[in-house]
Design a protein around this ligand. Structure first.
Ligand code: DCC
Length: 161
């Protein structure tokens, strides 16, 4: 399990403006979305892209729903985690309060998709976010919106008690 102390040790390095195009660091090593050490995880790799973030991602057989098709919950997980990378650019930790996904077409196992996310609005602690998932031909497979709410470090201590 990731301990809070080691997570906080990397906090300042993560929640700052990162240069255009650079790979962004995972939230932590065991994160379901992006942690490199989570054997059940998606190992999402994300780059800064203008004011937003971008990833190329391929779902595999661990995340299958109907045969050959990614489970909708797995797709939502990866989108949710992608939003988590926008927080680095915003400069503050936040958590998902509301997540919507519009599944416009099946997301196929073994097929690479481009995922983009950005901040559409910020009001106080509320961040309004939007994301899209397109195939290699630019066909729009899924869209999403989310409301994240910024929180203090204390929010995360409950998971370590
Ligand atoms: C290095 C590692 C880092 C780690 C960090 C990055 C990891 C990323 C991982 C992916 C993200 C996740 O999975 S996060 C995990 C899943 N999410 C969670 O566990 C969150 C569970 N929920 C909560 O803990 C709580 O509900 C909070 C903290 C989100 C909010 O509680 P609160 O602090 O009491 O705030 P509350 O007053 O209820 O709401 C705040 C404001 O949002 C508004 N609000 C509430 N809902 C909505 C809504 N649907 N649409 C619009 N606005 C809304 C309210 O009206 C209010 O507005 P106003 O009155 O202020 O105007």
């Amino acid at each position: 399990m990731t301990d809070l102390k080691s997570m906080l040790a990397t906090w300042a390095e993560k929640f700052r403006p990162h240069a255009e195009g650079v790979d962004l660091p995972p939230h932590h090593e065991q994160c379901l979305g992006c942690g490199p050490d989570n054997p059940h995880g998606h190992h999402l790799q994300v780059r800064r892209y203008g004011d937003g973030v971008v990833a190329e991602h391929t779902f595999d057989n661990r995340h299958v729903g109907a045969p050959g098709i990614a489970h909708g919950g797995a797709v939502a997980t990866v989108i949710d985690d992608l939003y988590g990378f926008l927080l680095y650019l915003v400069g503050a930790p936040a958590v998902t309060r509301q997540l919507t996904v519009d599944y416009r077409a099946p997301v196929m196992i073994g097929t690479p998709y481009r995922m983009e996310a950005g901040v559409t609005n910020q009001e106080g602690r509320k961040l309004f976010l939007a994301a899209s998932l397109t195939d290699r031909d630019g066909f729009l497979v899924a869209t999403s919106t989310a409301v994240f709410v910024t929180v203090g470090v204390d929010h995360f201590t409950r998971g370590t008690q």
